[in-house]
Design a binder for this molecule. Structure first.
Ligand code: ASP
Length: 445
């Protein structure tokens, strides 16, 4: 317990020191972008890569262990169904909140002509220079909405387990782990040795997580320093300030009002006390920008400190890190509507509904890695453009996304934190359906 408190305090110190040093570097360095990138590269080496190393083995093992401990397929069906219902209803609530806020605040309306022109030019230039992002977006754009669905379906029905592992596609790994877990549980005594091996491997990987945790303060310090050095806190006061504040307000409302209400209704626990207990994972999500990289710590914190059952955490958190992204969904809705506002294109109610539906899909399709939401946003833009074309209105050029690239990392830190918070709330709620202390499920004869 003392170790956890110590690490969390160190992470917090690293984070605050990172903001201060980063802001100083932003003003003092001759090329803040290059300096920021260097700090971030070292931070990735120290923290993100070691954590990512554990993610796929952990996803596989924790789902197998979780499913075998739940055992009974019909019980698993109830738990799985409730989990999916929780994911989609909270994501929908987040995205609707985002759409309402961006429409009410209208951060892209009322800027001076010069400000709009300079944002558009800078955005086009940023889009041009960022070839990696441009290519990823180009592919997503070509495939369109049907392609996005197909991509998710193909991941759910994989053909080669090892290709899914090698490609880092967690959804396919989860599906196989789920099926294998079910089969092992149904095998009775014949499955018991394999279950024991997987359980023991899971415990081993979790011990590795505890060791890697000691790297988190320095890693978070380097990553935050790099991000703030690159972007600078002053961006909040720039022409994109209103947009950033809209995203941040939406994330704050979802994290501190909507999710706590849901948690309170279903578990009658104090949501803010639970938030505090989960703070280690939330701080790491903020620092690493990646719900996948945070997953090992999310599982550890939820079980050891958050009062979530192993059964629930092992099942809900790996799936949540891949599928459940409340923060990303909300952000995509705000960002897309903002860009249309900036280009002076008015969206009707029909288009807003398209934004809500496709932003949820885009968030599901986004991997739990930095900037994933920025890429899948193309799906939303393309869908709205198609609807506008039907009304004879000019589409939004894809390079519009360049406008928000520059400040994205800061927003990414915040939305990733909300993504992980949403997963943790889910694990806490599902703990009621899958507690650890009830009778172990009877093995079928
Ligand atoms: N970075 C986010 C995550 O890992 C995904 C995104 O919105 O870009 O959860």
């Amino acid at each position: 317990m003392r170790r956890d408190k110590l690490i969390t305090t160190f992470i917090l110190v690293g984070l605050v020191a990172g903001v201060i040093l980063g802001q100083w570097l932003h003003g003092a360095a001759s090329d803040p972008t290059a300096v920021g990138n260097q700090w971030m590269d070292v931070g990735k080496l120290i923290l993100v890569r070691p954590l990512m190393l554990l993610v796929l083995p952990l996803v596989f093992l924790s789902v197998v262990v979780g499913v075998t401990s739940i055992g009974d397929p019909s019980r698993l069906g109830v738990i799985g169904g409730s989990t999916l219902l929780y994911y989609f209803s909270t994501m929908l609530a987040a995205v609707i909140l985002g759409a309402v806020l961006v429409t009410a605040i209208s951060p892209g309306v009322g800027l001076s002509e010069e400000a709009v022109a300079s944002l558009q030019n800078d955005g086009a230039a940023a889009y041009e220079t960022n070839s990696g992002l441009r290519n990823a977006m180009g592919t997503a754009n070509e495939k369109g909405l049907a392609g996005a669905w197909m991509n998710i379906l193909e991941q759910i029905i994989p053909t080669n387990f090892f290709a899914e592992l090698a490609g880092g596609r967690t959804l396919g790994v989860i599906v196989f782990a789920l099926l294998l877990g079910l089969a092992l549980a149904a095998s009775g005594t014949a499955g018991a040795p394999a279950i024991a091996v997987f359980q023991s491997l899971f415990d081993g990987v979790m011990r590795l997580v505890l060791w890697i945790l000691w790297l988190t303060p320095i890693g978070v310090f380097m990553l935050v320093t790099g991000t703030v050095a690159k972007i600078g806190l002053g961006s909040i006061a720039g022409p994109l300030g209103a947009y950033m504040l809209t995203v941040l307000a939406g994330l704050a409302l979802h994290a501190f009002v909507t999710l706590p209400l849901v948690l309170m209704i279903f578990t009658r626990t104090n949501p803010y006390a639970f938030f505090f207990k989960m703070r280690k994972a939330l701080l790491i999500a903020f620092g690493t920008d990646s719900s996948s990289a945070t997953l090992p710590v999310t599982i550890e914190t939820a079980i050891d400190e958050g009062g979530c059952s192993k059964r629930s955490s092992n099942f809900v958190l790996p799936l949540g890190a891949t599928v459940n992204m409340d923060g990303t969904a909300l952000y995509e809705a705000v960002a897309v509507v903002f860009m249309f506002q900036l280009w002076g294109i008015e969206l009707g109610v029909g288009e807003l509904v398209i934004v809500v539906v496709t932003a949820t899909l885009a968030a599901v399709g986004a991997a739990g890695i930095p900037s994933a939401g920025l890429v899948t946003m193309v799906i939303v833009v393309t869908a709205v453009n198609t609807s506008l074309a039907g009304r004879g209105i000019q589409p939004l050029p894809l390079e519009a996304i360049g406008v928000i690239i520059g400040v994205d990392r800061i927003l990414d830190m915040c939305r990733t934190t909300v993504n992980v918070w949403g997963d943790a709330v889910g694990a806490r709620i599902i703990t009621r359906l899958a507690p650890d202390d009830d009778d172990p499920p009877p093995l079928p004869a």
